[in-house]
Design a protein around this ligand. Structure first.
Ligand code: ZN
Length: 464
């Protein structure tokens, strides 16, 4: 019932608004979905009143670590076009599309841009500790991960556990389990890598231990076949741990697909237990992607986004072609002006004042386009802690290069930047918007405002 009632009122509301306006359309606006706030603004600029837009990750949200809701699946089901950033920015999108009844077209907004490989992005222009062997090794690593499509498991996680009983639960989402059952292996192991080969073998074997609701699981050299109880909204297994230490869990499907209201793994007091390591990483930056996904940080790239968006809307709704093309051209003109403006501002900075220190590395495209250097103690990941050595190196660099300001971001934990600011005397130069717009009253409620705000904050702080 609910999937039907969900979208209809939205569409009806739009139709009413349009009928009330002086310009009456023959057709209802087409339902489209965008994945996150920045992309949503770009889609809106081209689509105008001809689209009914749902944006999944709203302002100030972090699209890397987002967990889709049943409402998202309904919106995607109803959409004629689904706009994604691509470059593996939205690690959760395939699962969401699978979970929905989507029959529209999926458009990758970054299609055709010159993507920055992670190797290049990882360097931060800091070549001192890089050598060819290191780079080569990392390339091999990437290739290895990319070819891992044929895994026996979809997810692996390592938990640091003390002895006791834990609960692993699988919930129905929208009235049904994502799968009727799944395989699982639990091994006492320090890491995923160490246990991976053994787990693959066990999962492949025919010799499975079958378990039902309320049954007990232990770490052992056999794979479980977990059966979900269709008569219950949730199937729960107890996990008994008798020795303290790290345990690696390998699961046939993504455990997150079975989360309705609560997390899948809890201790005896009902508190969530988070993995110390997992694969694929739920971390801020999904290292298995080969490219830096933050392509929108260059206004030049966004011309490509807009071109792709317009082409997709024209195809989905040819009746409004004229409007989409007009909106596209008007917005591209604004992007070109913005691009030139940022370029002029950055060029005006003295050569030795072009290093921006921020908490995580989301500005690779900005750096490349506008000739700046960005340093981020947390590198590509906001999940992993910055190492003490990296922080010390950065502090030395800030002192040596007399960097006068560091920046905080809206979607990251900024305590580290505050500490670096205290220790170096570099002031907090302002807030940069990396992956999400601000709310409507904030300084970055549209893409154009966000870019202007960031450029202004950087030029003010570094130029002073
Ligand atoms: Zn990011």
């Amino acid at each position: 019932m609910r999937p039907i009632t969900f979208l209809k009122p939205v569409v009806a509301g739009f139709a009413l608004m349009l009928a009330a306006s002086s310009f009456v359309h023959a057709k209802d606006p087409i339902p489209v979905v965008s994945t996150f706030s920045i992309l949503g603004d770009l889609v809106k600029q081209v689509g105008g009143n001809h689209i009914a837009l749902t944006t999944l990750v709203g302002h100030d949200g972090d699209a890397h670590v987002y967990k889709p809701t049943p409402a998202d699946a309904r919106a995607v089901s109803a959409a004629k076009v689904l706009f994604v950033n691509g470059l593996e920015f939205e690690g959760w999108i395939d699962r969401l599309v699978d979970a929905s009844d989507f029959r529209g077209s999926r458009i990758v907004a970054t299609e055709g841009i010159a993507a920055i490989p992670f190797e290049e992005a990882d360097e931060h222009g800091n070549d001192s500790h890089k050598d060819d062997d290191h780079a080569k090794h990392k390339d091999d690593d990437h290739d290895k991960h990319k070819s891992e499509g044929g895994h026996e498991f979809e997810w692996a996680g390592v938990f640091e556990l003390s002895p006791g009983t834990y609960k692993w639960s699988f919930a129905k989402v929208d009235g049904k389990y994502a799968d009727p059952g799944m395989k699982m292996v639990i091994l006492k192991s320090d890491g995923i890598e160490t246990a991976e080969e053994k787990a693959e073998g066990l999962l492949k074997s025919e010799d499975l231990v079958s378990r039902d609701h309320n049954d007990v699981l232990v770490a052992q050299d056999k794979a479980y076949a977990l059966n979900f109880d269709a008569t219950k909204d949730m199937t729960v297994f107890s996990v008994n741990i008798d020795k303290a230490g790290k345990y690696a869990f390998f699961t046939g499907h993504m455990p997150f697909e079975f989360e309705a209201n609560e997390h899948f793994f809890k201790n005896v007091t009902g508190k969530d237990v988070e993995p110390v390591e997992q694969e694929p990483e739920a971390g801020h930056h999904h290292h298995h992607g080969a490219f830096d996904p933050h392509a929108w940080q260059s206004a030049e790239n966004v011309v490509t986004y807009i071109t792709n968006i317009a082409a997709a809307l024209v195809k989905a709704d040819p009746a409004n072609t004229t409007a989409y093309i007009k909106n596209r051209d008007a917005y591209v003109a604004k992007l070109r002006a913005l691009d030139a403006d940022i370029m002029a501002r950055m060029n005006a900075l003295p050569e030795n004042k072009r290093t921006v220190v921020t908490s995580h590395d989301a500005f690779g495209y900005f750096a490349k386009r506008y000739g700046l250097k960005f340093e981020a103690p947390q590198g590509m990941s906001t999940e992993s802690e910055a190492s003490a050595k990296d922080v010390a190196t950065l502090i030395n660099q800030i002192r040596k290069e007399k960097i006068s300001a560091v920046f905080v971001e809206t979607i990251t934990d900024n305590r580290l930047m505050e500490q670096i600011s205290r220790e170096t005397g570099a002031k907090i130069g302002g807030t940069l918007y990396s992956d999400a717009l601000s709310g409507p009253k904030g300084p970055a409620s549209t893409y154009l405002d966000m870019m202007r705000h960031n450029a202004l904050a950087i030029s003010k702080s570094l130029g002073s």
